[in-house]
Ligand binder design. Structure first.
Ligand code: SF4
Length: 227
């Protein structure tokens, strides 16, 4: 007889399959051409849209080349170059400090372990997971952003609220081969259909496996869904 975890695992497989059919080209939307640019783009993307980050980094990556450029520039100048990004002063500090560490401790290369990455300024587990996956081809976790948080809870894959706890739950039920793609699929579905304020359950390919769908094509946003 199946356990609840078995059924949640089966549900995770179903929803990955369906979302892969729906979003066959789902992938990271940040633009970068090397690992350092990826790291910087992900740091900048915290609480900022990928679209805005891509617009800003187009100029940023023309002006700054390697970690030396970021480590030696005056922080106010770097902040000014980022001024359309949320929290640009703090993020300028994170980037400058991270690049100093990369030069001093990692021979100018973006490190390839979770521990070393999360020691960089402004880099948490989410940012490190993105850099490992897309910069080093190492998948050792699931990137949990706001869309993954929201969809995982609505779909009944977790009851946790905090990203690291949600990631733990997801790693126990999403097939490991799908860990990387799971995030991109959730982001695409979260942007297109299962939006924070106005989920379109009536036009959702997951409606029949989603415990939040009330059968009338709607979701009760007031009932315990903080996202
Ligand atoms: S049925 Fe509604 S709540 Fe569930 S995943 Fe689809 S849009 Fe989101």
């Amino acid at each position: 007889m199946g356990t609840p975890r078995d059924s949640t695992q089966a549900q995770a497989e179903v929803l990955v399959d369906r979302l892969e059919d729906e979003y066959p080209d789902s992938t990271i939307s940040l633009r970068y051409s090397n690992r350092l640019e990826l790291l910087i783009a992900v740091i900048l993307s915290a609480q900022c849209t990928d679209e805005r980050v891509n617009k800003e980094t187009k100029h940023l990556f023309e002006k700054y080349d390697g970690p030396e450029d970021y480590a030696t520039v005056d922080q106010d100048e770097l902040a000014e170059d980022l001024n359309s990004i949320t929290y640009y002063n703090s993020k300028a500090g994170y980037i400058k400090s991270s690049c100093k560490t990369i030069l001093e401790d990692h021979d100018g290369e973006v490190p390839d372990t979770m521990d070393e990455l999360t020691e960089l300024s402004g880099v948490g587990r989410k940012t490190a997971n993105v850099v490992l996956q897309h910069g080093h081809d190492i998948v050792e976790g699931i990137v949990v952003d706001t869309h993954v948080q929201r969809l995982s809870r609505r779909l009944g894959l977790t009851e946790e609220e905090y990203p690291e706890r949600i990631e733990e739950d997801l790693m126990g039920i999403v097939p490991e081969d799908d860990w990387q793609q799971f995030t991109h699929l959730c982001i695409d579905h979260g942007r297109a259909v299962c939006t924070a304020q106005n989920p379109d359950c009536g036009d959702c390919v997951l409606a029949d496996v989603c415990p939040s769908e009330k059968g009338d094509g709607e979701i009760d946003l007031a009932s315990g869904d903080p996202w």
